[in-house]
Structures are given as C-alpha cells and as structure tokens.
Design a protein around this ligand. Structure first.
Ligand SMILES: Cc1ncc(COP(=O)(O)O)c(C=O)c1O
Length: 375
C-alpha cells in the first residue's frame, strides 16, 4: 500500500515510434523537423501565431520577460501562490516581484489585488492558471489595457483548460507551458512560449540562440541566452500533443473520481470549473474548509502516517526562505493566499493511478476528517 507516485506521464507505443523516428532520421536536413512541427501545431491549437520551444517553462518566462525589456528596478506583478518558476525569472532580471493575493474560489491571482499593486514601476503582470483553474481573465485584460501594462499568461499547469470558450494559452501578449515530467504533456523537461506579435517573436528567437545575426554565420550582435530545444525532446512532445484530448480526458476523469468519492463530505473544496469553462486539471487540489480545523501540515503528516503520499498546496512565495524579508511585507496583505495555502493539499495526478489508489487516498481523507463511513 502507498507505493504510488504523485505524478507521472502516460507514454504509449505512439510516442516510442515517433521518438525512434527522430532518433533514426531526425538529423541533417531533419535536425529541427519535430521542433518546428511541434511549435507550429501547438501554437495553432491554441489560436496563436507563433510557438517557441525552450528547454523548460522557466526559460520561456525568462525569454519573454527579457524580450519585453524587464530590467533592474522594474516591478513585475505575480500571484503569491504559484510554483517559484513564475517569479524566479523576475529575480534573474534583478527586477522586483510584487506578490498579489489570490481569489478564495479559483485560487488564481485576484484582479483587485493586482489593481491595488500597480505603481509607476510596474512593467508586467503574470497571471497563473493554477492547477488548471482560470483567473478572471476579463478583469485582468481590462486592467492590462487600462494601464498599458502587458499581461503574461503562465499556463504551465493548464493544458486543456478553457475560459469562456477560449483555450488557456491565448491570453495576454504571450503565454507559457511546461512539459516537465510531472505535467499533462511531457518531454521530461521542456517548455513552450506562445506569441502573436511579429516583433516580439523575432526578438525571442534572437534571444533564444546567443544573439546570432540572421544570415551571417558565427556573428553575434548581443550576448543573450542559449535556450534551444532538442529534436528528440520535441518529438516526444509532438507525439504527446497528438494525444492531447485523450490525456486531458484522463486527467479530468481522475479529478471527477476524487470528487465523486468525497462528495458526501461537506466543506471541502476542489479545483473550480465555472460554467462555460473547462479545467484540464493538471493536478487535483483539495482545500479543507475552516470547519474541519485541518491544516495542510497536519493533513500531510496524518496521510503520511497511513503510508500514502500527498503534496502541499503551493506556499505563499513571500513565506519562503528564497524570498527573505518578504513575509513581513506581504503576510498581512495577502490574507487569502496565506489562509488557503495553509489548508490545501494536492492528491496524486499520476496517469498510472489505479481506482484502488484513488480509494486509498479518499479513505485517508475521510479518516483524517473523522468520517469513517463508506461512500
Ligand atoms: C505555474 C508554473 N509555472 C512555471 C513552471 C515551470 O515549469 P518548468 O519546470 O518546465 O520550468 C511550473 C512547473 O513546474 C509551474 O507549475
């Protein structure tokens, strides 16, 4: 009991066949065949003009923030609760991450907190589609347009999600996806930046490959990054992408199994799926309502005592040692983030999870909440 994983991919013979093809023939004139095909088709699927594959999603964010000119002294707004990869590239550029509160229902960045955080130094707003949930994009777009501050969508966790009929990945000047080994579509490590603007695209392509001047071999006009993707990695991504509907359906199936099994427990909250929206549910998150008096720390320890894994809801970034001295500034400001995060955990989202393993986790939740009755 308890030997299952928190996350992991679904790889079939299809992926093996495509990767084998890349291994045999993906060289010489085909050296970027899968990179280009994957970029093009992934972008088109999301209604974007351009796709730029990168070694991971963190580098996609770094590339985009660099391209829009974020620099020392600028402020970039992002949510308190997200993986640190959203904020780290702001820090790489010596700019200041400004952490905003999250919404108590969808757990993504709260638009009114964004509005209150804007100063003359604000140069970008990064919204995150947390656990596949979507923020209030209408409000964020309105703020971005009113203040003339570019909006960036971190859709790392949102393959398959939709907001009012529009796919996650189509919001703001650019969006980013992660193909980390734990994600819905995986390349082990990998990322994709999606754009519509021609100039931004040219700039990002230039920044991705050592600032080479097009048409002049070995001639560089700026010192930039080396964030090039690899054809084998792209072949795996492309093969997974060809199965995107099947992969998202499976994620949603896992989510609804958890929800159904725990449906007779009141005052617990899951990923949201508002009307007109679709949640791709990269991972199932569970927030204990206050009536349960259950913190994530207590829950995780008790679940671990039963021999089962779980993960914490993302910590408020300002509470982490990685951002020393931020807690004092944000703890009393980002009250929802501190509160929700303290009561939330993630359940396993591994593609190979069995029904018995879902039952084990649901029984564990029931037990720690003092509900022993079968469903
Ligand atoms: C919200 C968010 N942003 C960015 C990233 C970074 O992705 P990667 O690990 O591919 O750099 C992740 C992935 O873990 C994420 O969850």
């Amino acid at each position: 009991m308890g030997k299952f994983f928190m996350a992991g991919p679904w790889i079939t013979d299809h992926e093996i066949k495509i990767v084998e093809d890349a291994m045999r023939d993906g060289w010489y004139e085909n050296a970027y065949y899968y990179v280009e095909t994957f970029q093009k088709e992934f972008a088109a699927y999301h209604g974007r003009k351009y796709g730029i594959m990168t070694p991971n999603c963190t580098t996609s964010i770094h590339l985009l923030l660099t391209a829009i000119g974020i620099k020392n002294g600028d402020e970039v707004i992002c949510p308190e609760c997200t993986w640190i990869a959203t904020a780290a590239p702001i820090t790489y550029l010596r700019a200041e991450p400004v952490f905003c509160d999250i919404d108590s229902i969808h757990w993504c960045i709260d638009a009114s907190s964004v509005e209150r955080s804007i100063t003359s130094k604000t140069k970008a707003i990064i919204a995150v589609d947390l656990y596949g949930n979507m923020p209030n994009m209408d409000a964020l777009i309105a703020i971005s347009e009113r203040h003339g501050i570019p909006l960036v969508e971190d859709a790392a966790e949102a393959v398959g999600s939709m907001y009012k009929g529009v796919r996650a990945g189509k919001f703001g000047i650019g969006s980013v996806f992660s193909f980390h080994r734990t994600k819905t579509i995986t390349t082990g490590e990998g990322g994709m930046l999606l754009l519509d603007d021609d100039n931004l695209y040219e700039r990002c392509m230039f920044l991705r490959d050592h600032g080479r001047v097009a048409g002049i071999p070995y001639y560089n006009s700026e010192v930039t990054y080396k964030y090039m993707p690899f054809n084998l990695q792209a072949a795996l991504g492309y093969a997974q992408f060809q199965r995107i509907e099947e992969l998202v359906d499976k994620k949603r199936e896992l989510f609804y199994k958890y929800k159904e099994r725990l449906s007779n427990i009141e005052d617990i909250y899951f990923n949201t799926e508002p009307e007109g929206g679709v949640n791709g549910v990269w991972t199932t998150a569970l927030v204990f309502g206050k009536s349960h008096n259950m913190t994530k720390k207590q829950a995780m320890r008790q679940i671990e005592d039963m021999g089962l894994p779980s993960r914490p809801f993302f910590y408020p970034l300002s509470s982490l040692p990685a951002y020393p001295e931020y807690e004092a500034k944000y703890k009393d400001k980002n009250l929802v983030a501190y509160d929700i995060s303290s009561r939330g955990i993630n359940l396993s989202c591994a593609f190979n999870l069995s029904d018995e393993e879902i039952d084990q986790q649901c029984n564990a939740i029931r037990k720690i909440l003092g509900r022993n009755e079968a469903r």
